[in-house]
Design a protein around this ligand. Sequence first.
Ligand code: MG
Length: 267
Amino acid sequence: MESKAVLRNIDYLRLLVQLIYKGEFNVNKKKYEIVIFDIDDTLFDFSLSEHAALHNTFMEYEMPTGFADMHDSYRAISKVLWNDLEQGKIALHELGVERFRRLFLEHGADKDPHSFSSSYLQYLGKETHLMEGAVEVLGSLTDCQLVIMTNGFGEVQKARLANSPIGNLFEEIIISEEAGYQKPHPAIFDYAFAKLGNPLKERSIIVGDSLTSDIQGGNNFGIDTVWFNPKRKTASKGIRPTYEIQDLLEVVDIVKGQTGAGKEEPL
Ligand SMILES: [Mg+2]
């Protein structure tokens, strides 16, 4: 009886060794070591932050109905200008003022767009509404190198991170203003990878909500991508992510190479 039990144990050990050798039984196995996160609408809820900061700025400028009257126009103007920024047609500091210049022109408001923009950015830096699951995801990936990459205003993003519970979890915070290039330009990734000691591209992945900056940027540079798409938008414009998710927590399984049923194959 005893010898049979020993044999069974040997068989079991042999199987275990084979699985480990084949890489199929490794609790520490991770597919990706470097996880690059976008900030706005990926880790932070930008709509909430923008709403609060705009409201506060309009109140400061004694425009109590400003938000209600101008928010829709502001979003439309802003969207056009952020697309221009991704295409390198406008610099960030120009965008910051230009959106309010166009807004006030459209609504006939006699306000200084420079000072209004500066107040708005101050308020924005204080808004730290995290997306659902952000803390849990980052907390589960502390054995990876976590990186922020943003096209947003450096001072604002740093202030928001510092004021939030996730601020100290990142190895590098890559700000497009400092890199001299914005997503989706591959040069911002070159800049980030140089800072990270040139890690392997195949062990790196970017997570973001924007097809045109995050996913296109990852594609341009040649790393895998996770498109965080909670509103299930249609992937137009011919930009294809490696993975698409609706719940931020799914990033953990992707990074660990443990994508569940139906997600084994990248898109
Ligand atoms: Mg974003």
